[in-house]
Design a protein around this ligand. Sequence first.
Ligand code: AMP
Ligand code: MN
Ligand code: MN
Ligand code: MN
Length: 283
Amino acid sequence: MAAYPARKVTFDLHAHSTASDGLLTPAALVARAAAHGVDVLALTDHDDTAGIAEAASAARAASITLVPGVEVSATWERHTVHVVGLHVDGADPALAAGLAQVRAGRQARARRIAEALAQVGIRGAYEGAMAFAGGDHLVSRAHFARYLVAQGRAKSAVDVFRRYLVPGKPGYVAHDWAPLAEAITWIRAAGGQAVLAHPGRYAVTPTGMRRLLASFRDAGGDALEVVSGAHTRAECETFAGYARSFGLLASTGSDFHGPEESPHELGSLPAALPGTTPVWSRW
Ligand code: AMP
Ligand code: MN
Ligand code: MN
Ligand code: MN
């Protein structure tokens, strides 16, 4: 029996690197997490596990724990939802094939976004976004946003999204991602826990949220991202309640993308809310 309570452990289980649309390389992200007191960091790039090997070796050097993760883009009833996978084996064939398919869809969508932007007089957006994506890396709307800011079309990424890249705006195109149940299946096949990311971001009614959570749980989902950089404090409390009533574990993650773009620093959010069972209680 320990004579003193264990030192508080800082978890941040949602973060991006240059392997998707983050601004820091996997090694730089891990170094920054360590410098900010993170003990356990999950690298959760969109639809790609390419950054994990570099992050894992940087984590060994920094003596912190790296959780290999991914954030899978999925579609549920015409809504885009994101499913974080924690402790996934990136070499698992079902996960790797699924992610390759989603990335191919991203590439096709990027062409359509560029065509839509060309309609309003913005030329070269495909090449511009790909340059920000860094060649063979995955392309996201965040790369289009950085290109449009560089072109002087808007003053910040947030401003670009508001004016160009969200539903109803000229550069938005609808897209079918992985069906939600498939995304969950890939993550679980790869040995991971499936976490519904930033639930407060989805434009659904309370009834719709309950149906989404029921679908997620019935398809094998494990946890809800109760504490998120995308949530207000009140939303964290709301989703703690949902986690309890749906029997889901609770996760926490900043969704950090980079020092200039993210409002919440790595490791700056509270770990677990009272009455929830943390996702790491099963590790
Ligand atoms: P995608 O998965 O390609 O549709 O792009 C989604 C990504 O765009 C998110 O992961 C964020 O990195 C970024 N993003 C989405 N909405 C906003 C916003 N309002 N302001 C800034 N970045 C955003
Ligand atoms: Mn992103
Ligand atoms: Mn997301
Ligand atoms: Mn994310």
